[in-house]
Design a protein around this ligand. Structure first.
Ligand code: SAM
Length: 198
């Protein structure tokens, strides 16, 4: 099957001149990423739509948030998803956090290949960062429900979490949650919950 690095209309401006860097990352995921077990074997189109395009939407939400953001942490980053595409398409400093040494080792090599100076790979337990608060993102690592139960309500925190689009039970005195829906290609809709501690 032919592979098409399609970009939905919502992503065209954000990706701008960085399409080539995203294609280099896509190539790395499809080869080194699969060989080293960072992702399971998938078609090239699946990797593009589900991992790259999906991740770019996290960057779109971050770039549209009010106020200044300098640093974000991608908790349970695995193969750098969504942190690497966020780092490629924005000026944010991105910390890729994973508990597994092997993943951090491979991601550090990838960052050198991309010649990128705003992305850092750090071996750590995600829950240390959830306790500290700040700007956090996760795809397929933690549920929104668990985020609501784990965040400290005395810390300023915005956490973007991939979700299945289900309604979420939470105390609206303590949290504000916005559900974002977007297309990753012409057919498939995905969801991200933007969870703010009030
Ligand atoms: C299902 S993978 C998701 C990876 C990636 N975010 C994605 O969307 O493909 C979950 C990742 O979380 C990492 N992980 C599990 N528990 C963790 C913890 N307590 N702290 C940091 N990383 C953790 C695992 O090593 C794995 O790489």
């Amino acid at each position: 099957m032919t592979f098409e690095p399609q970009v939905p209309d919502w992503g065209k401006k954000l990706i701008g001149d960085n399409l080539n860097q995203l294609i280099i990352y896509h190539d790395w995921l499809c080869n080194t990423g699969i060989k080293t077990g960072l992702i399971s074997p998938k078609s090239k189109q699946f990797v593009w739509d589900e991992f790259i395009v999906h991740s770019v939407y996290f960057g779109k939400i971050l770039s549209e948030l009010p106020g200044e953001i300098d640093v974000i942490s991608d908790l349970g980053t695995g193969g750098g998803i969504p942190g690497i595409p966020i780092g490629i398409t924005t000026n944010l400093t991105v910390n890729l956090i994973d508990v597994k040494e092997k993943r951090i080792f491979e991601l550090s090599r990838l960052i050198k290949i991309l010649n990128n100076n705003n992305i850092f790979a750090i071996q750590d337990d995600a829950y240390n960062h959830i306790k500290k608060g700040g700007f956090l993102v996760s795809r397929c690592f933690i549920s929104s429900k668990k985020v609501i139960n784990s965040l400290k309500t005395n810390k300023n925190t915005t956490y973007l979490v991939s979700s299945n689009g289900e309604d979420l039970d939470y105390d609206s005195n303590l949290f504000h949650v916005k559900h974002e829906n977007f297309k990753i290609n012409k057919d498939d809709i995905r969801h991200i919950d933007v969870i703010n501690v009030k």
